[in-house]
Design a protein around this ligand. Structure first.
Ligand code: 5AD
Ligand code: SF4
Length: 460
């Protein structure tokens, strides 16, 4: 059944009701999930809903969930629970839950049993069936569960409602084949699949023509882009093709897996003037034993060699990382190895996480899970070290100039606004001096977490 019919049907039903029909998509987790959320918003708009940025007076609320850590899941249950009252007071209100969490059977079951006011539950592969689910719910008033197979947000030509006026997400692949032993992503998102380069380029051209100034190419592991496509193409080649699109915009990408990060990719970053000098290269741990048990397929030494090569090829490149502390069996020695690696790697910043046990993963079955107080102490120690390193790096940029993209979205408090530089530095300037778009900025002073800047010249 072509879904367009359902879009029209829902639209017709909504038109019979007076007033505006507000919909809010509450997205949790990673950029990939945000990108899916923007597609759900695109579909909702076509159905006749107005996209709101809070759930206040919303007639339709979708929780687009993340399963990566237990905390994210707890927040979803809490936030869904808060809407119970609003739902009971408005017979037209629909609450839906979708995304990675509900892809896990025990979670879908919990919504079925304990959250009777949740009307629709749909999995990551069922997103294109949203209009059909909404129509059926509106007409039959039944609860619907659809965790079945399908293309989901991987489907080409879905409408997109982009949340940021200047920055656009562009997924280039879906799923993950790496099976890091702690990670639930391959279990809930399925196998890695690359989009066709021609579709990506066409979408990138549309994004540029619409006036966006930044494109972020997204995938769980963009470095392995192209695997399985009929005409082989590497991620580095794709970067060069996106870079060749005429226009005033810049390109970012995430996430990169160190095992697939190549000289070819680093040379493409060097050669492509629109590609930001920044790479997110999650290391996860500095201990070779932990890395082996995480199934990461590289050593700390290999990682440091990669950083050395990256800095030789692109001297001003900045690097950020993800780190997990408290992985099962992580000894004090293992943790010290992570501390030592942090000192050597000198990341601009890190996203550190306390290991969270995920049902269905190999690590969940490992013995010697680390007590929370030990993990918290390690987390804190690492945070303090990284804060010091980040401050030193920011300090080293004082007196330099760079290009920053300001989008009016990042309020930096007290009349300031912040943007990201070409090297991913956070740069703060007085709000009234900032343009919407690119600006050349003189970096006056380090604030530790960011740099205080002064606009030199605005590029329109
Ligand atoms: N526990 C803690 N952190 C995790 N990550 C992935 N799975 C887990 C888990 N089970 C982190 C990794 C990954 C980032 C997106 O989330 O560091 O790079
Ligand atoms: Fe998870 Fe590893 Fe895939 Fe990243 S690369 S999504 S951490 S399995």
């Amino acid at each position: 059944m072509p879904e367009k019919d359902y879009i029209k049907e829902v639209r017709a039903l909504l038109e019979k009701r007076p007033g505006e029909h507000r919909a809010f998509v509450h997205t949790y987790g990673c950029q990939q999930n945000f990108s899916d959320g923007e597609k759900l918003e695109g579909l909702l708009e076509q159905m006749g809903y107005t996209i709101a940025d809070t759930d206040e007076n919303a007639e339709f609320v979708i929780f687009n969930t993340c399963a990566i850590r237990e905390n994210a899941e707890k927040r979803v249950f809490g936030n869904v629970g808060i809407l119970k009252k609003a739902h009971s007071e408005n017979p037209d209100m629909i609450i839906a839950v979708c995304g990675c969490m509900v892809q896990q059977e025990h979670i879908a079951e919990k919504f079925r049993q304990s959250y009777p006011f949740v009307d629709i539950v749909f999995g990551t592969h069922a997103a294109t069936r949203l209009p059909e689910l909404v129509y059926k719910h509106m007409t039959v008033k039944k609860r619907l569960f659809d965790i079945g197979e399908g293309e989901g947000c991987m489907a080409e030509h879905l409408p997109v409602h982009r949340d940021n006026p200047l920055k656009a997400n562009l997924p280039i692949m879906h799923g993950c084949d790496n099976f890091c032993t702690y990670c639930v992503v391959p279990l809930v998102r399925g196998r890695e699949k690359s989009r066709l380069p021609e579709n990506i380029i066409a979408e990138a051209k549309e994004i540029v023509a619409a006036g966006y100034k930044e494109i972020t190419l997204l995938g769980q592991n963009v470095n392995s882009y192209g695997k399985g496509l009929e005409t082989p193409i590497s991620f580095a080649q794709l970067l060069r093709e996106v870079n060749a699109i005429p226009g005033d915009f810049r390109i970012k990408f995430m996430t990169s897996h160190p095992k697939d990060c190549t000289r070819e990719l680093l040379e493409a970053i060097r050669d492509c003037e629109k590609v930001c000098h920044y790479i997110h290269l999650p290391v996860q741990s500095g201990s070779d034993d932990v890395l082996r048990r995480m199934n990461r397929r590289y050593t700390a030494e290999h990682y440091l060699d990669l950083l050395k090569m990256a800095r030789e090829i692109v001297p001003d490149i900045t690097v950020t990382s993800d780190i997990i502390v408290g992985f099962p069996g992580e000894t004090e020695e293992d943790f010290k190895a992570t501390v030592e690696l942090s000192k050597k790697a000198r990341w601009l910043m890190t996203y550190s996480f306390i290991y969270s046990k995920r049902e269905g993963t190999k690590a969940a079955l490992m013995e010697d899970q680390i007590p929370p107080e030990v993990s918290s102490r390690r987390f804190q120690e690492l945070l303090e070290l990284q804060t010091k390193i980040s401050h030193e790096i920011n300090e080293s940029y004082v007196g330099k100039t760079t290009t920053v993209l300001f989008d009016d979205e990042c309020d930096a408090g007290e009349g300031y606004i912040s943007g990201r530089s070409f090297e991913n530095l956070v740069v703060r300037v007085p709000r009234e001096s900032a343009p919407k778009g690119f600006a050349k900025v003189y970096l006056k002073e380090s604030l530790g977490w960011a740099l205080d800047g002064e606009i030199i010249k605005t590029e329109e």
